[in-house]
Design a protein around this ligand. Structure first.
Ligand code: PLP
Length: 385
């Protein structure tokens, strides 16, 4: 069978492959995908049940139920100082679909999208779907702080969008305020769009999250967000984008053709979540604060690895270069020998083949056991008893 050219430009997702492989092992500790084991709060579930039981079982408006769009816009204004209304919001099937329709509304064949590394691979893959090219910038000033000069040098006449993700998956890094300002200045100067994926903003540990929104031209800004991580709602599949009305109108045209609308009971669940956002998300944040503490204490005992304590997200990105192994060999051997599943760093950019990513989305006992096994595996490499 002859499949489309688009189908050939991307392979299956490495992270998902590892997740499926992990299922084949007994007693596995699975640090692969970013899917918290925490159940969604019962009141949020109840809101979806109530909606279904009271007849909200039909299509909604394409961009979402008005109450949800309104609540999202108010919440965004309160947390970011934006001036959005419901008309600036499109509710989507996760932030994943939001990114897809925003790319679809803006990108032409041959366009370039600057993606700051390390990066969620979909930023690159989806650009390929539209014949555009992701230009990866993987230079840093310190840690994973993007090098502004390198971003500037990556801009060409074909550049249309700069994609940023802070707090960052996989590194857990939060960009400094002056970095956000400098990125926005570049975008404003060259007339580029800024796509800011803010899915992990509620999961921070060391300070308040800053949005780039305050520095960008509103006509050239798209903010992406999700109910998945902050409210432990990955399976409900609700996310959204916020942008100016002209851009929103164009993304809705895409969304109505590929999805019609996000699941309606899920939208009611999301409405309950965002109406009491601080209360629900701080519960999730508290769980991860404890897990992070345990994880960092355990990782501190493992020799021959290096990592930055994540300022946000539920990931830690670990430098394994001392082992001399590439990230895939390390990952596959670790799974085979110790039944610990992680994601190879190469899944987040070519420059990270000496990293692995762990998602600390399970309880403290499992985290402790998993990191102990990781340490044992590394000790074997160095023949330490
Ligand atoms: N953006 C980033 C950076 C992610 O890590 C993920 C999921 O892991 C998503 C977006 C997708 O979120 P959603 O579940 O809302 O589609």
């Amino acid at each position: 069978m002859e499949f489309s050219e688009t189908s050939k430009v991307v392979g299956p997702l490495l992270a998902r492959q590892l997740y499926m492989m992990a299922k084949e092992y007994d007693n596995v500790i699975d640090f692969t995908i970013g899917d918290p084991d925490i159940p969604t709060d019962k009141a949020i579930c109840q809101a979806a049940c109530d909606a279904a039981m009271t007849g909200h079982t039909r299509y909604s408006a394409n961009a979402g139920i008005p109450e949800l769009r309104d609540a999202i816009s108010k919440w965004m204004n309160q947390s970011r100082g934006t001036e959005y209304t419901a008309n600036n919001i499109v509710t989507t099937i996760g932030a994943t679909e939001a990114l897809f329709i925003a790319y679809m509304a803006l990108l032409n064949k041959g366009d370039e999208v600057i993606v700051l590394a390390p990066y969620w691979i979909q930023y690159e893959n989806m650009a390929k779907f539209f014949g555009a090219k992701a230009v990866i910038v993987d230079k840093f000033t310190e840690g994973f702080e993007p090098d502004i000069q390198a971003i500037k040098e990556a801009i060409t006449s074909k550049t249309k969008v700069i994609v940023i993700n802070s707090p960052n998956n996989p590194s857990g890094w939060i960009y400094r305020d002056d970095t956000l300002q400098a990125i926005a200045n570049l975008a404003n100067e060259y007339g580029l769009f800024v796509f800011a994926d803010e899915c992990y903003e509620a999961l921070t540990y060391t300070g308040k999250y800053q949005s780039i929104a305050q520095y960008c031209e509103k006509s050239h800004l798209v903010l992406f967000n999700s109910f998945s991580k902050a409210f432990a709602m990955t399976g409900w599949r609700v996310g959204y984008l916020a942008a100016d009305e002209e851009l929103v109108a164009n993304t809705i045209k895409m969304h109505q053709n590929i999805a019609i609308c996000a699941s309606v009971p899920s939208q009611y669940a999301a409405l309950e979540a965002i109406t009491h956002a601080d209360e629900y998300s701080s519960r999730v944040q508290k769980v991860f604060t404890n897990r992070r503490k345990v994880l960092l204490a355990e990782l501190g005992k493992v020799q021959h690895i290096h990592f930055n304590a994540p300022d946000g997200t539920f990931y830690v990105f670990i430098d394994i270069s001392e082992t001399g192994m590439n990230s895939k060999d390390f990952t596959f051997s670790l799974l085979k020998e110790e039944h610990v599943a992680v994601i190879p760093g190469i899944a987040y950019g070519d420059a990270f083949d000496h990293y692995i990513r762990l998602a600390f989305t399970m309880n403290e006992d499992k985290i402790t056991e998993g990191v102990k096994r990781l340490g044992r595996f590394i000790n074997k490499i160095f023949k330490i008893q």
